[in-house]
Design a protein around this ligand. Sequence first.
Ligand code: PXL
Length: 290
Amino acid sequence: MKNPLPRVAAIHDLSGFGRCSLTVVIPILSTMGFEVCPLPTAILSTHTAIPGFKLFDLTDQLPGFIDHWKSIGLKFDAIYSGFLGSVKQVDIVTDFIDAFKTPDTLVVVDPVMADFGKLYVSMPPEMVGEMKKLSRKAQVVTPNITEAAFMLGRDVPEALEEEEVKDWLKALSDLGPAMPVITSLPLKSSPEISTVAAHNAEDGRYWLTGRPLVPTQYHGTGDIFSSVLTGSLLQGDSLPSAMDKASQFVAAAIRGTFGYSGLPHHEILLERILPILNVGVGSDNYTLLP
Ligand code: PXL
């Protein structure tokens, strides 16, 4: 019998504290109606922005887990990868995609490795080339502007003109993924907006959306964005609708957290906002880049 719920293989780390990766991927995709099968890449005490974090790398365990999944004939409607525990895991995830992808499988690679112009502390510089390699396997990639710059070998820009945004997206799609989506994009014409831009190489169109910037930074918002985007695409939404829903949800999550004082670790109060994924966020608000 066909699985009554679409199934997602979620290849991310499990951080015990700090609401990121699997602790946001699972609740978001479950709330959106999907069965999530986590393939943990590493187990951490907290995400790597909290000093003193402990990381247990699961590289050597992954092949055995994957072989077992193969032996029981598991099938996936989507494969969605994020934070990897080692450079070696790129080949493992590549093999996983080759083994489990069918013509109907959505493959999303979030090349989690950097933000605000810098690699995360656990990331070796070789991860940049490796994530670029992995992106070739995906239909959708979701780098933030720092990750996009690193993957393209460009400087992290202060701000971009709309024409330049198109060039960045085209360059990313030339690496392989038909649908690159860049988050936290600084747009010259809208400095007060946290902009998201996307391209669909299959129809040649470019899309923009965004929400007003809130003067603070939270961890895990990229993971929240990519998870909602993945869920929305699996629900059948178009690329601009899906990126807009994800942008709206991240904005709602930030606003639902920002009003509180005394939250020392800059994490999103996800559980307060999850139910709106079921009632639907507001109407679409995206524009076509001419
Ligand atoms: O949110 C991205 C992310 C995921 N997983 C771990 C991280 C980070 C960002 O810092 O440290 C472990």
